[in-house]
Design a protein around this ligand. Structure first.
Ligand code: PNS
Length: 183
């Protein structure tokens, strides 16, 4: 009997794993997932439980937001993991790690991470997808900063994420101050 290749499970088909902090998920991430679904039968979004990064949202909150967005997309599975990514990947049927690349500034970090993962598991490759032009300036970090300072992030993250960000950064309503030369 022909040996089935890892990642070509008869039930799952070709599976990619998309790891990240997703603190919070943005339309940049979603764009990568949607395009990956043109290539893979399943995408597992794996949310890293890394408290050292001091995330704004707990892993439960991040899981809830991502699951809510993909609730009608059975080809997307949402999970969280602790520890090494390669160990988590080994417990799944994934054949590849998927990552988005926005700009050349992402490259060095991604190159190091992909090289380290490949050194830990020589069979594991990382596939990069260029983020669409509409989202190349969108990152979870800038989304949080803009939201914290009261800027609008509508259209860059799902509506549920907009609401959750507003809840997190609830500021007391202050009277508008008239700025003049005397200030
Ligand atoms: O969205 P991020 O924060 O850029 O994602 C980074 C992530 C979570 C993919 C990376 O930090 C990771 O894989 N963490 C798990 C720990 C691990 O395996 N580290 C070794 C790879 S360098």
């Amino acid at each position: 009997m022909a040996k089935r290749k890892k990642g070509e499970d008869k039930d799952m088909g070709k599976v990619a794993i998309y790891p990240g902090s997703f603190d919070p998920i943005t339309y940049g991430h979603i764009d990568v997932v949607e395009r990956a679904l043109e290539i893979f039968d399943k995408v597992i979004i794996a949310i890293a439980e890394n408290e050292e990064k001091r995330p704004l949202f707990s892993v439960e909150e991040r899981l809830q937001m991502v699951k809510a967005f993909f609730k009608d997309t059975p080809k997307v599975l949402v999970d969280s993991f602790k520890g090494l990514l390669v160990d988590y990947v080994a417990k799944t049927n994934a054949i590849v790690i998927l990552r988005g690349l926005r700009a050349t500034s992402d490259f060095e970090y991604e190159f190091h991470m992909a090289s380290m993962n490949r050194s830990l598991n020589t069979h594991l490759d990382t596939l990069f997808m260029m983020t669409s032009k509409d989202y190349f300036f969108v990152s979870s970090r800038t989304i949080k900063e803009v939201a914290r300072l009261g800027g609008g992030v509508e259209g860059l993250v799902p509506d549920l994420v907009v609401r959750r960000l507003k809840e997190k950064f609830k500021l007391p309503v202050t009277k508008k101050k008239q700025i003049g030369w005397d200030d």
